[in-house]
Design a protein around this ligand. Structure first.
Ligand SMILES: [Zn+2]
Length: 391
C-alpha cells in the first residue's frame, strides 16, 4: 500500500474536503490575534491540493486554541473602541473603513432606498452605523456571537434587531447580507455561505470583505484567520456555495478583497482557478519574507519606533520585545494612548534621526517612505518580497 499523500495527522481541507499539504516551518512564526494582541507561535499552515487555499488545518488543537483566543476578544482596543481609519495611498487622507465600504457598495450596485440588511459578524456596529447614514430607509439587523455591543447596536438608527445566532435558514429575507471580516474566521465557510444564501430575497446580494493574501503578507501572522484568501480562492468558495459573484473581487480598501454575489441567476466574475503548487510557493515565500522582516528589524534596535499599531506593528513589536521604544500612528483615535506598554505618538512628536521601522509590504512601504522622507527619520524599509505574486 502506498503512503498517504500528506501527513496523516492533517485533517481534510475545511473549504472543500481536499487533501492538505503542510507548509513547513510555520510553527516558528510569531503571531498576533486579529484584535491586535500578541499570541504565541506554534500554529500550523497548509495548502489544499484541490482548492489551493492556504489555511490553518481545522483540528482539535486549532479548536482549543481558537476558543481560548476568542474568550478575551476586544475590537479596536488601541483606539478605545473607535473604528480603524483607512488611509488613501496618495495623500494619506483618512476615512473610516466602513464609510469607504458603504460608498463603494452604493456606487457599484445601485442599492435601492429601502430594504433589509443583515450584518453577519457586526462587531461593534461600525458598518451598520455607516450603512444607516447612507441608506436611512433600510431596516438593519446585526448578528454577532459576542453580545457585548448589543445595547449600542440596538440604539443605532435603523437597527431593528440584534442576534447572536444566524436566523433559521430561509426564515428571514434580507435584500443584502454583509460578511465583513467574518469568512476568514469560520471553520466551515462554504456551509455558512450556503446557509446565508437562503436568507436572501430573490435578487438579494451578499457582500463579502476579506483580507487579500496576495497584497497583505501579514495576514499569515493572524492566529484566528483560518482561511487566507486570494481573489481566486475566495471566488471558488463562493461558487462552491452556489452563489454567483457579480464581478471579480475588487479592492475597495487597500490589502482587502471586496466581492458581491447573488444567490442565483446572474453569472460573472470568472477567474482562472488557483494552482496548488503556485500557492505552496507563495506560502513559502511569504513565510521567508516575514522571517526576513523580523531579522532586519532585530539588527536595527534598540530604541526603535514602529510605524503603526495594527496587525503588522503589533506583530513586529511583540517579536522584538525590548528593542521597541514607541509606536508612531497617524490615527487621531490612537495618538496619546499606549500599546503593548509603549506610547503611541503623533508623527510631529518624533524628531529627525529617529530609527523607524515600516512593517508593511514593500510597495506600501515605498509609498510611505516617500511621503515621510521630509521628516528626516532613519527609515528601515522591508526586504524585497519575491515569488509571492499572482504573475
Ligand atoms: Zn480545499
Amino acid at each position: 500500500m502506498n503512503p498517504p499523500p500528506s501527513a496523516p495527522s492533517l485533517p481534510a481541507c475545511h473549504l472543500c474536503g481536499g487533501v492538505l499539504a503542510p507548509v513547513e516551518g510555520a510553527a516558528a512564526l510569531a503571531r498576533v490575534t486579529s484584535d491586535c494582541r500578541p499570541w504565541p507561535a506554534g500554529g500550523a499552515l497548509a495548502v489544499c491540493r484541490a482548492c489551493a487555499t492556504l489555511q490553518s488545518p481545522v483540528d482539535a488543537a486549532w479548536r482549543d486554541e481558537i476558543a481560548a483566543l476568542y474568550a478575551d476578544y476586544a475590537v479596536y482596543a488601541q483606539a478605545g473602541g473607535a473604528e480603524q481609519r483607512v488611509f488613501a495611498p496618495g495623500d494619506g487622507a483618512a476615512q473610516a473603513r466602513s464609510d469607504r465600504l458603504v460608498s463603494a457598495l452604493c456606487a457599484a450596485f445601485d442599492l435601492p432606498e429601502t430594504g433589509r440588511l443583515l450584518d453577519f459578524g457586526c462587531g461593534n456596529g461600525a458598518f451598520l452605523a455607516a450603512f444607516g447614514r447612507a441608506r436611512p430607509g433600510w431596516r438593519l439587523t446585526g448578528l454577532d456571537q459576542c453580545a457585548v455591543h448589543r445595547a449600542a447596536i440596538l440604539a443605532l438608527p435603523g437597527v431593528e434587531a440584534f442576534l447572536t445566532e444566524p436566523p433559521e435558514p430561509g426564515a428571514a429575507r434580507f435584500d443584502l447580507v454583509a460578511m465583513i471580516h467574518s469568512l476568514e474566521h469560520l471553520p466551515d465557510p462554504a456551509g455558512a455561505l450556503r446557509e446565508t444564501a437562503t436568507l436572501l430575497t430573490p435578487g438579494g446580494r451578499l457582500f463579502l470583505e476579506t483580507p487579500d493574501l496576495a497584497t497583505s503578507p501579514f495576514d499569515l501572522v493572524i492566529a484566528d484567520h483560518v482561511s487566507h484568501f486570494t481573489a481566486a480562492t475566495l471566488t471558488a468558495v463562493v461558487r462552491r456555495a452556489g452563489l454567483h459573484p457579480l464581478a471579480p473581487p475588487a479592492g475597495w480598501v487597500a490589502k482587502e478583497l471586496s466581492l458581491v454575489a447573488a444567490a442565483g441567476g446572474a453569472a460573472g466574475g470568472e477567474l482562472a482557478p488557483a494552482d496548488p503548487a503556485r500557492e505552496s510557493r507563495r506560502a513559502r515565500a511569504l513565510l521567508d519574507w516575514l522571517m526576513a522582516v523580523l531579522a532586519a528589524a532585530r539588527g536595527a534596535g534598540p530604541g526603535l519606533a514602529v510605524f503603526g499599531t495594527s496587525i503588522s506593528g503589533t506583530w513586529l513589536a511583540q517579536a522584538l520585545a525590548d528593542r521597541v521604544a514607541l509606536f508612531i500612528d497617524e490615527d487621531v483615535n490612537r495618538i496619546g494612548r499606549s500599546h503593548l506598554g509603549r506610547p503611541i505618538v503623533a508623527p510631529d512628536a518624533v524628531p529627525p534621526g529617529q530609527r523607524v521601522v515600516l512593517p508593511f509590504p514593500p510597495a506600501v512601504a515605498a509609498g510611505l517612505a516617500g511621503r515621510l522622507a521630509p521628516r528626516g527619520w532613519d527609515l528601515l524599509s522591508p526586504p524585497a518580497l519575491e515569488g509571492s505574486g499572482d504573475a
